[in-house]
Design a protein. Structure first.
Length: 338
């Protein structure tokens, strides 16, 4: 016979409600009790019905994640992993909505598939217009941001951000302290990408450079398979190549570093290269970069989400995580332009 929740409760010598909470509200059960209940449930091959648990609690046990970048990329994958590490243990699933074009964005907010189908909405790394926030509010669920610009004033209930202004300033100060004055900044096209959180990163870097006596040129990397080749061609075509290149993200900096070296450019003797993220392989290739920790951002966002779902408030709704410059072998003192 199939074991029931009453069988588990009887064997564990706890109430049926305690067994239910051990699966759906683990924070309300002591760790020892939950461990004992789950062990007995596993022994009896018992699993609680998600639909029954949702019906009883009035919740969907689902969190909607709106993300603007490719899911395979380091930042996106890390955000999903970090959120899932918290939500899975609380009995929640993630519903992921990848919004990679203006048309997908319009269609999403027109249809708003999260209506009554999620207990919270998390928006990762793109700005949401006031009218879109208003539509989300009509779903009557908390809205939480990760690396979203002006989340507080836009109307989010909570948000966790890396301090992009600080990170960009650290990057600019590092290069100018090394004597670099001819600097190129490589960025993506805002008109194409929805990854708008990097816009502030770019603006802050340019402003910091100018305040420190440098005036960087901007190179836009196209959104196609040959974007690094396009950037390399533009760099090598300059009458005087810059002595330093700062990149919007490691995903640009690392392949560019290899392409420069393949074309006879010595890194860092000829050109210093700086990235942003401290992502996969940054340590292995010796890339100087600004570190951010998407797992930490996701964990904090998930905890705020659960607070807002469970008690309607959270102790620190808006939190900014300091950035950190990691200096490695891809930067050195400025040489003569080549």
């Amino acid at each position: 016979m199939v074991a029931t929740i009453k069988d588990v409760a009887a064997r564990a010598k706890v109430s049926v409600s305690t067994v239910s909470r051990a699966f759906t509200r683990p924070e309300m059960v002591s760790e020892n009790t939950r461990t004992r209940v789950l062990a007995i449930a596993d022994e009896l091959d018992f699993s609680i019905s998600r639909s029954a648990a949702a019906l009883k609690s009035g919740r969907t046990l689902r969190i909607a994640l709106l993300i603007s970048d490719h899911l395979r990329l380091w930042f996106s994958a890390s955000i999903i992993e970090g959120l899932n590490e918290v939500f899975h243990d609380r009995g929640y699933d993630l519903s992921i909505f990848q919004i990679s074009s203006t048309e997908e964005r319009r269609r999403f907010f027109d249809m708003l598939p999260v209506r009554r189908n999620a207990d919270a909405v998390i928006v990762a790394s793109f700005d949401v217009a006031p009218d879109e926030i208003a539509r989300l509010y009509r779903t009557d669920v908390p809205i939480i941001g990760i690396n979203c610009v002006d989340a507080h004033s836009t109307g989010f209930n909570a948000a966790v951000n890396i301090d992009d202004e600080q990170g960009s300033h650290l990057m600019a100060r590092h290069l100018t302290n090394l004597g670099h004055r001819t600097i190129a900044y490589i960025r993506t096209d805002r008109e194409v990408s929805l990854h708008f959180s990097v816009q502030r990163r770019y603006e802050s870097f340019v402003a910091s450079c100018r305040s420190l006596g440098a005036d960087p040129v901007t190179i836009v990397a196209p959104e196609d398979e040959d974007r690094i080749g396009t950037v390399l061609t533009e760099l090598l075509s300059m009458p005087h190549m810059p002595t330093a290149v700062a990149c919007q993200e490691d995903g640009i900096a690392i392949p560019l570093l290899f392409q420069l070296e393949r074309n006879g450019v010595d890194i860092p003797a000829d050109i210093s290269v700086v990235g942003y993220d401290d992502s996969f392989y940054a340590h292995d290739v010796g890339l100087t970069t600004v570190r951010q920790d998407p797992l930490l951002l996701a964990h904090k966002a998930a905890e705020k989400t659960m607070d807002l779902i469970d008690r309607g408030t959270t102790d620190t709704p808006f939190e900014t995580i300091p950035a950190r410059l990691i200096v490695r072998s891809s930067t050195t003192k400025a040489s003569q332009t080549i």
